[in-house]
Design a protein around this ligand. Structure first.
Ligand SMILES: *Cc1c(COP(=O)(O)O)cnc(C)c1O
Length: 460
């Protein structure tokens, strides 16, 4: 066991030491991957060392290095070694984090770590509650199920949900899973700055009320995934209060910025959310998987998710002994709070604040770099460490269609080269390159090198 374990640890440490020198992008076709892995389940054993060797040689190199300084696409996962080992501990002891009886300490650590989050977001620690989930998607689903139970009970045929066209797709997925019909969803257009258009939102709510429908839930984004834009939270909270609408803030991308001074200012109003999604496996540097849902009243969760089957009746415990299976969707859950807890204790919040400040500043430095070049056009300025731009040289006037093709080409060539994980998104009908710069190991030199490579690809 020790010999095998040391080999695994050595492989992980070696990866941590060499990851920045690897290429971030791995591409392989279905055919190539099948050729590696397609086989019958073996009846006979094989030496564990040989299986490990095969995995290290075939699985790991065929995966993107999402922790790489030049992994700019989607939302990178910079991770940290302390949490990796904490996850190993939680798995090694196979701690059941579903209920108090399974592990009073796991529940205690989860309660305490959630309290740190409640406090960070200025939710009431005493009354508030929450749960760690597999990720942001699951936190959003848990939030919307809770919102529906609290606002509508079991009758929701007239309930209407509002979200902007920049809201994350996991929200629509959750709405569909919960069985809402298409007619119950209002996708409100965003303004030129990608924020909820308040006027259009008010029109939609008023019209729905006249038609006898029940506006019940609003999903605001605190950092959209595309551009990092924060919806006008104070104003949305005011509307929700007046109209008796549940305010869910999807902060899976940007809520972590609460730890930085600037971010805290931008996120003003987040404390007025009824529910809030945070995603520690993004900008809080945790390895997959850990998402987090916070709510203003912990009873909302137990009211939504408590079921009392006979085989659980002996482990009820008292009121204050929280069974997290009563606060969310899963019964058996791994102990994901442990890594978050151990990494915050080890590094201190200061290190998190510093890393988040650094990313916000880096994106601003990249914006300045782009603006002083005659080859690049900034499409959406640096916002919570995300920037969108496109190749649009002043020397050559290209049509919109040609510009789209040009930027698509740059991304395709970059991905084929493996040098940087850089993909496009679409903003206001334009194909643009997007960088999400939350990795504290990314430097301005890394970005300058990538831009130079882009310029070379543009001319090919
Ligand atoms: C990433 C993201 C999600 C989904 O979170 P997962 O952890 O990927 O499930 C939801 N909302 C926003 C705004 C996100 O950026």
């Amino acid at each position: 066991m020790q010999d095998f374990g040391y080999k695994v640890v050595d492989a992980i440490v070696d990866h941590f030491e060499t990851q920045d020198q690897k290429l971030p992008v791995a591409t392989a076709t279905r055919k190539e991957i099948d050729a590696l892995f397609c086989e019958e389940a073996p009846e006979n054993p094989m030496a564990a060392d040989d299986v490990l060797k095969f995995v290290l040689e075939n699985v790991m190199p065929n995966s993107n290095v999402i922790t790489h300084p030049k992994a700019y696409a989607f939302v990178p996962g910079p991770s940290n070694y302390i949490s990796v080992m904490s996850d190993t501990l939680a798995t090694g002891f196979n701690i059941f984090a579903g209920g108090w009886v399974g592990s009073p300490a796991a529940a205690g650590v989860e309660i305490n770590t959630l309290n740190w989050m409640l406090k960070l977001f200025n939710f009431q620690v005493k009354k508030g509650g929450g749960i760690f989930t597999s990720g942001g998607s699951m936190a959003n689903l848990t939030a919307l199920a809770t919102a529906r139970k609290v606002k509508c009970g079991d009758e929701f045929s007239k309930a209407i949900i509002y979200l902007s066209d920049q809201a994350h797709s996991s929200n629509i997925k959750a709405i569909n899973i919960l069985g809402f019909k298409k007619e119950q969803i209002r996708i409100i257009p965003t303004d030129m700055e990608f924020k909820f258009s308040i006027n259009k939102l008010k029109n939609a709510i008023a019209k729905d009320k006249i038609e006898g429908l029940q506006p019940f839930c609003m999903i605001a984004s605190a950092g959209t995934t595309n551009t990092g834009t924060i919806d006008p939270l104070e104003e949305l909270a005011r509307i929700c209060k007046k109209e008796n609408i549940w305010l869910h803030v999807d902060g899976a991308y940007g809520a972590a910025a609460m730890l930085s001074k600037n971010g805290k200012k931008l996120l003003k109003g987040i404390e007025k959310a009824d529910s809030l999604t945070v995603d520690p496996h993004k900008w809080l540097f945790q390895p997959y998987e850990i998402g987090c849902l916070l709510v203003q009243n912990h009873k909302w969760l137990s009211r939504t998710f408590t079921e009392k089957p006979v085989y659980l009746r002996d482990i009820e415990g008292n009121q204050s002994e929280i069974n997290f299976y009563d606060h969310g969707i899963e019964l058996t859950r791994n102990f994901r709070a442990l890594k978050f807890y151990m990494s915050i204790k080890t590094f201190g919040l200061q290190a998190f604040r510093k890393a988040i400040d650094y990313s916000i500043d880096l994106a601003e430095a990249v914006e300045a770099e782009l603006r002083q070049s005659n080859k690049w056009e900034v499409i959406s300025p640096a916002t919570l460490a995300i920037i969108n731009f496109r190749y649009n040289t002043v020397e050559e006037k290209l049509s919109e269609k040609k510009l789209d093709e040009m930027n698509q080409k740059i991304s395709a060539k970059m991905m084929a080269s493996g040098e940087a994980l850089l993909v496009t998104t679409i903003l206001q009908g334009q194909v643009v390159l997007r960088m999400c710069l939350i990795n504290p190991r990314t430097t301005i030199e890394d970005v300058k090198n990538t831009l130079a490579l882009c310029e070379k690809f543009a001319l090919e």
